[in-house]
Design a binder for this molecule. Structure first.
Ligand code: ATP
Ligand code: MG
Length: 237
C-alpha cells in the first residue's frame, strides 16, 4: 500500500445469500484510490455502487478479497477498530440526509464530536466552522423540519466534515435536490477537497455530479467496466 493510498482493494468478491443460493453483487474488483481524489462510482441501478461504498466504509464485509482503508486492513481489524476508523477518519453522506428530527442543526452537526469525546468548547468552535462552510449559519438553531431539502443536505455535509475526516463517502447525495442545490452542494465538496485535501468517493447516476468528478469508475453488473481519469472536469472551481 503506497503512503498516500486511501483505499486499496484486491480481488474483491461480494455475494449475498438469496434463498438457498448466492447473488454475486461485486466480483474481480481491484482498485486503488490516492489521497485527495475526487472519485465517483457510476453505473446502472443494481450495478453494485452502494455495496462497494458500504464495504469501503466498513459497514459491510467482502465475501473474498482484501480491503485496506486509510492504512487499516478491514478484514483483520476488529469490529471496534473499524468503528473507531469510521468515527475518527470518515464522513458519510446519504441521499436521505439521516438527520435527527428532535435536534437542531447545531446538535446534529455536533454529534460526531460528542462520539469522539471532543470538549464542549472545541465542539462549539468546530460546529460553528462546519456550518459556516456549508453556508447555513443563519439556520444553526433550526430543526430539520424547518429546513429545505438543500439545507438538510448541507447540514448532513456539515455533520460529515465537522471532525475533519480524511475520507468522505457520499451515496447519491444530490438525488433529492434540484439542479441549483445540487451544484451548490458539489461546489462545497470541491472546495473541501481542494482546501483540506479530503478524499471523496461518490456513488451516483447524477450527470451533475459527474461533471465535477476527476475520476469516474464505471460499474456494470458488479464489475469495473471502465476507470476513467478526467483531466478537465466541466465544473472545476
Ligand atoms: N442485502 C442484500 N441481499 C441481497 N441482495 C442484495 C443486498 N444488497 C444489495 N443486493 C443486490 O446487489 C446488487 C447491487 O446493489 P447495490 O445497492 O449495490 O446497487 P446500486 O448500484 O447502488 O444501485 P442503485 O443505483 O439503485 O442505488 C443489486 O442487484 C441488489 O439487489
Ligand atoms: Mg445505490
Amino acid at each position: 500500500m503506497s503512503k498516500t493510498s486511501v483505499v486499496q482493494i484486491q480481488n474483491l468478491l461480494k455475494q449475498f445469500p438469496v434463498g438457498g443460493d448466492f447473488f454475486t453483487a461485486l466480483k474481480d474488483i481491484n482498485l486503488e484510490l490516492e489521497k485527495a481524489e475526487f472519485t465517483g462510482l457510476v453505473g446502472p441501478s443494481g450495478s453494485g455502487k452502494t455495496t462497494l461504498l458500504n464495504i469501503i466504509g466498513g459497514l459491510d464485509s467482502p465475501t473474498e478479497g482484501n480491503v485496506d482503508v486509510l492504512g487499516m486492513n478491514l478484514g483483520s481489524a476488529s469490529h471496534n477498530e473499524r468503528a473507531a476508523l469510521r468515527r475518527t477518519q470518515m464522513g458519510f453522506i446519504f441521499q436521505s440526509y439521516n438527520l435527527l428530527p428532535v435536534y437542531s442543526v447545531f446538535e446534529n452537526v455536533e454529534l460526531p464530536l460528542i462520539l469522539n469525546k471532543v470538549e464542549p468548547q472545541e465542539r462549539k468552535q468546530l460546529v460553528t466552522q462546519a456550518v459556516e462552510w456549508v453556508g447555513i449559519s443563519d439556520k444553526i438553531d433550526s430543526r430539520p423540519a424547518m429546513l429545505s431539502g438543500g439545507e438538510c443536505q448541507r447540514t448532513a455535509i456539515a455533520r460529515a466534515i465537522v471532525h475533519q475526516p480524511a475520507l468522505i463517502l457520499a451515496d447519491e447525495p444530490t438525488a433529492n435536490l434540484d439542479a441549483e442545490n445540487s451544484h451548490h452542494i458539489m461546489k462545497i465538496m470541491v472546495r473541501l477537497n481542494k482546501e483540506l485535501s479530503t478524499s471523496f468517493i461518490f456513488a451516483t447516476h447524477d450527470e451533475k455530479i459527474m461533471d465535477y468528478l476527476r475520476r469516474i469508475i464505471h460499474l456494470d453488473d458488479g464489475q469495473i467496466a471502465n476507470d476513467e481519469q478526467i483531466d478537465q472536469p466541466k465544473f472545476d472551481e
